[in-house]
Design a protein around this ligand. Sequence first.
Ligand code: EPU
Length: 420
Amino acid sequence: MKEVIKIEGGHRLNGNIKISGAKNATVALIPAAVLGTKTVHLSGIPDISDVDALREILEYLDNEVLTPMKDEIIINPEHMVNKPLVIDAVGELRASYYFMGALLGKYHNVIIKMPGGCDLGPRPIDLHLKGFEALGANIEYRNDNYYLKAEHLHGADIYLNIASVGATINIILAAVLAEGRTTIENAAKEPEIIDVANLLNKMGARIKGAGTSTITIDGVEVLEGCNHEVIPDRIEAGTFIILASAMADHVKVQNVIPAHIEALLSKLKECGVNFKAGIDYVEVFKSEDLRAIDIKTGTYPSFATDLQSPLTALLTQAKGNSTVFETIYKDRFKHCYELNKMGANIIVNNPSSTIVGPTPLHGAEVSATDLRAGACMAIAALIADGVTTIDEVHHIDRGYDNFDKKLSSLGAKIWREMIE
Ligand code: EPU
């Protein structure tokens, strides 16, 4: 038996929706919280299975973890014990690798197995490891586990060949308690990095330049606790704005920082979507006669790779040939083959795809091949005539907080079934 999501398409959407805290910030904030000696109280935590896996890792390491409210987590690392992170939870998500930086920074010693996460083609972590080595760590890889050890962690000048989100955060985590100054050049500039730096600075770290391509970290001896609210999830916001662009009469997406999704909003405007951006919301009105557009993904503030798959579903309804050029994950096109099962006409030529539109979509049996592909399939299903069955829904549950409930509240016909 397996769980599937079923969506009956063709229903117009109306209402308000509140965006949750950012997954990709939360999954770094939680490991960051154990770097101190006192309690960290995080609010705005999304209800997703990636957070459940991180909570399991925290408890395995003997942290005290409380959740007074559904969207809060209180982490007390006072009695934390450094143990080999070879439990299954580590393999359930990519971001478990932030415990490499955090435990290296705190204990100078880490044993951890390979992280999991979406299959988007090769996802090496060489830049993380080079960063740790520059800070003084010795690294070995044996029997599917990484062994990191440092006699002494010291500041270093680190240049990243690629502005990697994960490497930037992991190096910050390892450097905050190291002796002396660390400089990261060509650092990634994503808002989630600023959020992690803000948390650590509240805990007593000395990080400057987060959000720019040069970050400096002056090591401190000890970090304390603090309260922190996670920033809104720009990818969840983008997903709901895209699906509203396809099917809304009037949908207001709240708890959004429009500046974080500027690249998406300017592309939707070009496409002919009828919307209005306010201070912390985006309102989408009925949009017709959509036009084909060209997208090139890139590091922030360019168009986010995580939004290209959801957007592809919308572009099947735009007139003309749209192209998506992927520069981050060159193989991230599995969703296109699934969309073609629903009647789309997409030609994939890695690292790009051409969407020939508009094409009517019909219900079919499709797969959520990764988290954002899952959102793409749901959007296509909302547009399609008939019922679509989406398989591999655990990917959606990894990163979208109460996805079905939020869609239902807008008037979508969505339900789950267990099937053979
Ligand atoms: N890269 C390397 N070596 C490294 C690290 C990265 O070659 O050591 C390459 C990657 O293969 C990729 C590029 O650099 O081609 C960018 O990777 P990055 O490290 O920036 O991505 P990430 O940290 O693994 C995060 C998000 C992804 C999001 C990317 C890009 C988290 C947990 N994940 O991944 O989110 O697509 O940044 O913005 O923050 C998602 O949420 O669905 C998701 C996949």
